[in-house]
Design a protein around this ligand. Structure first.
Ligand code: UTP
Length: 224
């Protein structure tokens, strides 16, 4: 299978969690040994947001703020790649073509941000589209998609499965104020819906959840 793993900066890098990074590199190796073709997309987390704020205070344009956040995500991507044993030519992917080239060479592709104006979720969706992935698994700081924000609603219920038709309604209902951090970026959802690619959202704080999702176990929220 061709699998895109989207790791939230909120999971591995806010603050940086070396234990979890090590665990993820083991998980990726296990999947690689199962002959899965893998792309790992890593977000910039809190540090990227801190740098966005610094750039804002310096009155830099939004595009420049984004470019700085992308640089941060690429540092984490580089760090992660170095933990995977690929001795030769271990450079992170900077473009969609780099991702394709990596897979063509039988290597795991690791990438941070791609271009200004999007989120890492959209990067993962664009990559999935480009490589015709079978599946995206997103490891985030929540167990899946809930009908209400579980941080503020004790009675929030998690969906085990959702359709791409229903997901935007739920995201919209949860989107109380503009700019709120969404469990998954609606722009990414549009791409995945069009391309008919399954997305599974799991709690990223347990890296085994990624394995479980790939193995078809019932975990997180499956969107198709
Ligand atoms: P994300 O919000 O996607 O990163 O990108 P994240 O840290 O992985 O998110 P979570 O919290 O773990 O889910 C952070 C910011 O970086 C810029 C955008 O401003 C985005 O909001 N960015 C990222 C880009 O402009 N382009 C990219 O390709 C990636």
């Amino acid at each position: 299978m061709r699998i895109v793993i989207r790791l939230g900066g909120s999971v591995i890098a806010s603050p940086v969690n070396t234990d979890i990074i090590t665990k993820y590199s083991e998980v990726v190796q296990i999947l690689k040994n199962q002959n899965q073709e893998l792309v790992v997309i890593i977000g910039g987390g809190n540090l990227a947001r801190e740098f966005i704020n610094i750039a804002k205070k310096l009155k830099l344009e939004e595009k420049d703020q984004d470019e700085i956040a992308i640089s941060i995500s690429r540092v984490y991507a580089q760090l992660f790649l170095k933990t995977i044993t690929q001795i030769e030519d271990n450079k992170i992917a900077l473009t969609l073509k780099d991702v394709v080239d990596c897979l063509d060479k039988g290597k795991i592709a690791v990438m941070g941000g791609l271009k200004p104006g999007i989120t890492t979720d959209s990067v993962a969706a664009l990559v999935a589209k480009q490589i015709r992935a079978n599946l995206i698994v997103k490891g985030t700081n929540q167990d899946g998609v809930y009908n209400k924000d579980p941080k503020t609603h004790m009675n929030a219920i998690k969906f085990d499965e959702l359709s791409y038709e229903d997901l935007p309604k739920i995201l919209q209902e949860n989107n109380h104020k503009a700019g709120i951090h969404q469990i998954v970026d609606p722009e990414a959802v549009k791409i995945l819906k069009n391309e008919n690619i399954t997305l599974i959202i799991v709690n990223g704080f347990d890296p085994n959840n990624i394995l479980a999702a790939v193995q078809g176990e019932k975990i997180g929220t499956k969107i198709s």
